[in-house]
Design a protein around this ligand. Sequence first.
Ligand SMILES: Cc1cc2nc3c(=O)[nH]c(=O)nc-3n(C[C@H](O)[C@H](O)[C@H](O)COP(=O)(O)O)c2cc1C
Length: 342
Amino acid sequence: MISLSTKYMGIPIESPLVIGASNLSLSPNLIMDAVPYGIGAVIYPTLFEEVAQIKDSTEVQQRKFEKKQHEKRNMFPFVRHGDLYAHLANVRDLVRRLDIPVIGSLNCVHMDSWEYYAKALEEQGVKGLELNFSMPNLSWSYSSRHKEQEQYRIVERVKNVVSIPVSVKLSPFYTNLLHHVKCLDRSGVDGMVFFGNPMLPDIDTQNEQLLCDLEVTTEAISHRVFPFIGKIYPNTVAGLIGAGGVRNGYDVLKMILSGADAVQMVSTIYRHKLEYIAQMIGEIKEWMFQKDYDKLEDFKGALSFENRQNRPLYSRKGYVDIMVHSTTVSKKYPISTSHTEG
Ligand SMILES: Cc1cc2nc3c(=O)[nH]c(=O)nc-3n(C[C@H](O)[C@H](O)[C@H](O)COP(=O)(O)O)c2cc1C
């Protein structure tokens, strides 16, 4: 009997397919419909500090908000006029209606707020928290080290005030992701979500405008994630989770072969609807049947750095080999020229 049960930041779940934070989970009915197709858990959309505190976030209000935030002692009395209560009530409702774990997601500006809202989400019955660090952090005024240390402090402080597991959702933009992962792991985080598709603007060349609309992932981009997971596994206590560009059962398998416990997905569900989840589960099970695997643990991390055979591919040697053999590309895509080779 093939089992797809796994752990998500230590929480037992029945399937490695997890619905990532998105508008999908704003509809409890939709998620309830998705569960029988094979969803293991769901992340509720991120509670952003700004949204929690200010409903109409115009620039003027935003400036006032920033000023207020610096008066830390007076901060929380202002919470009442935001969208916070609606968000928390929706989270509680989803938790109440689902049998699968609901995870809360959080993104704050100030240290006190991370603790405060983490506690508020825990009180709604979420089984775990995702600290959403996936926003690219670019600044002229501080070093990457400064930002990374801030993230360890956030994890430690949140872990101090909640008793549920805590994960972090990371962007691919770190100077040295492995070192950061090692320090995050030491700070006690229970799960790490590697997100390969951070929301960056596009450019409309016709109108010479930046486009900031959120779009679903259409490209095959899971390879932006699983090589990192493969390099990291099994060197963390925290469970590893892949997110971004999971389009079918085989993309899920690639993540697990690299060492992931589970994957998050959103776009594929928007594009192919809920029934498609069952097809993905079918693809995973069929592959496992063909390979004679009974459970995910049988092959989790088989293609990671842990396996000695794979090490060259995860190292400088692998990079150099790829570059040296890049003539295969010219052979595959020949371009004819009018000149004769001399
Ligand atoms: C409509 C939509 C809303 C999203 N909202 C959030 C959010 O609130 N917080 C967050 O961390 N990620 C959010 N995401 C990103 C997803 O959680 C997920 O990481 C991302 O879509 C990559 O996976 P995919 O390629 O399967 O879509 C959102 C994505 C979409 C498409």
